[in-house]
Design a protein around this ligand. Structure first.
Ligand SMILES: *Cc1c(COP(=O)(O)O)cnc(C)c1O
Length: 495
């Protein structure tokens, strides 16, 4: 199976390995498989009996056809091993009578990005071999918190790969910062930027676009690669857990094959929820996909009106990983619904005017699968309280946005209710200060004591990867101005 750009009709295609290695198509579009493979009833029923790594290898081998099953199984087994995912890779846990959480945060950084970033580096490593690449892949990441740590943890000590992460010096939480600056591994580097996330992001984009930079890195036998959520290598592993959740619901006796499940996903860049659409298009019996946004509700408006308009106020919220005005993976939805030509045209207007508007017919096609809801800060806090006080389920502030939206959606349903799978995207302890505040109305004295306050209050255990925060050794102290980023990138390439 080959991959094409979402923006071109020229028929040019590349292998999965090539798509994972390059990240972005040369015309600026995103890579998509030429067709969506199918998943039959018989296959789903046999997946029910399998372990998570077997499920992952089976689903991935339908997309990554230039990888063998054995390679994928080896990578999935290493990525989702019991010592990395202490509570299991993607367990389901009921929240209330209608909503079941799909917990995606039992990995090494306590957020769902581990589900993709534990396996993607292994897929990239194989892609280098498959494409005959002799140079070192140099991963550059700008992060507002979660992606940086998950990428560092995934890429550390992977041969022929280096990774450098930039974060805004005052723009990440205390826990997130300590997680990054204490990172272990011989091929990792972490650097703070005097500026905000946009400055870090722009700095990284400029380095990617800089020809002389590419030449100077080539002299060092190195080329740049990215780990962000538009890379197919991050998207494909996310399809697996929706299939896995369906199997686990069957295994738990909650549904029989053919029964529908609705899926609710707290959404930022639209990667996670788009993976659910792919699972549905493969044939998995899914119903509505509920796109949950926080106060930055550009997607709610889009799914209700067909108008995508990023010209609006940006809010900083207690669900920071969803504070996004340009949801990059939405481009993939446009492509599978409307084709490459229209996608390219809408992306041009997004670039020039910051907005585009679908026709009514186009919107109707998208609304067959998706509904949009949003939760402001107060609704998010209420959902944290509702889940915990009424149902004994402690959730983080991102999952809470999803839980609030699931409640709103249920209130709008007439007739029979379809069970909802809620993607739970972070451990409550990753955002302990805001969760504690929502539950008690009280502030903890700082980001680290919040962990202790929350566990004292709820008796819910702190997950292992966050339990030893106080004893970490800081390895990376560098702070630079944005214009110094290219020099520090080159310096690390020479290491
Ligand atoms: C990244 C992230 C999201 C948003 O996921 P997308 O794939 O960008 O839509 C939601 N919750 C948490 C905790 C995240 O880290």
């Amino acid at each position: 199976m080959n991959y094409r750009s979402t923006r071109s009709t020229d028929g040019v295609s590349v292998s999965a390995a090539q798509a994972i290695k390059t990240g972005l198509a040369p015309d600026g579009g995103l890579f998509m498989p030429e067709q969506i493979p199918s998943l039959s009833e018989k296959e789903v029923l046999s997946l029910c009996k399998m372990s998570y790594p077997e499920r992952a290898a089976t689903v991935l081998s339908k997309y990554l056809t230039d990888y063998t099953y054995d390679e994928l199984y080896e990578d999935a087994s290493a990525a989702y091993s019991a010592d990395r995912f202490l509570g299991g890779a993607a367990p389901i846990r009921p929240v209330d009578e209608n909503v079941t959480a799909l917990e995606l945060w039992h990995g090494p950084t306590a957020a769902f990005k581990d589900m993709a970033l534990q396996i993607m580096p292994r897929l990239l490593s194989r892609a280098l071999v498959k494409t005959g690449e002799k140079r070192t892949a140099y991963i550059l990441v700008a992060t507002s918190g979660d992606t940086g740590k998950a990428a560092l943890e995934g890429y550390k000590d992977i041969p022929q790969i280096k990774i450098k992460v930039f974060y805004p010096v005052d723009g990440v939480s205390k826990v997130q910062k300590l997680q990054m600056v204490s990172q272990t591994g011989n091929n990792v580097d972490v650097c703070a930027i005097r500026g905000n996330f946009d400055d870090a992001q722009t700095g990284v984009k400029n380095i990617f676009a800089d020809r002389t930079m590419a030449e100077r890195l080539a002299e060092r036998n190195t080329f740049l690669s990215s780990a962000n959520s538009i890379n197919w290598g991050r998207l494909a592993p996310q399809i697996v857990y929706y299939v896995s959740a369906y199997c686990d619901m069957i295994n738990a006796g909650r549904i029989s094959y053919g029964d529908k499940l609705d899926i609710c996903v707290p959404t930022g860049n639209f990667g996670n929820i788009f993976a659910a659409l792919l699972a549905k298009r493969m044939g998995l019996p899914l119903g509505k996909l509920i796109c949950a946004s926080n106060k930055n509700n550009v997607l709610t408006d889009f799914l209700r009106t067909g108008v995508y308009n990023r010209n609006r106020a940006f809010y900083t919220t207690i669900s920071p990983s969803m504070d996004i005005l340009i949801s990059s993976n939405l481009e993939r939805l446009l492509y599978v619904t409307l084709g490459a030509e229209k996608t390219a045209a809408y992306m041009r207007s997004l670039n020039t005017d910051g907005k585009y508007a679908l026709s009514n017919d186009e919107l109707a096609l998208i609304q067959k699968d998706f509904v949009g809801y949003c939760a402001d800060e107060e609704k998010t806090a209420q959902a944290i309280r509702l889940a915990y006080e009424k149902h004994g389920y402690l959730c983080d502030s991102h999952t809470a946005v999803g839980y609030s939206c699931a409640q709103q959606y249920l209130a709008d349903q007439k007739g029979e209710i379809t069970p909802i799978i809620l993607a739970s995207t972070a451990s409550p302890y990753k955002f302990a200060a805001d969760v504690y505040l929502a539950l008690t109305g009280k502030h903890s004295s700082d980001g680290l004591t919040a962990l202790e306050d929350l566990t004292a209050l709820t008796k819910v255990e702190i997950p292992m990867p966050l339990a030893d925060m106080k004893n970490r050794t800081v390895r990376f102290n560098a702070v630079v101005d944005p214009d110094e980023m290219p020099d520090t990138v080159l310096a690390f390439a020479a290491d």
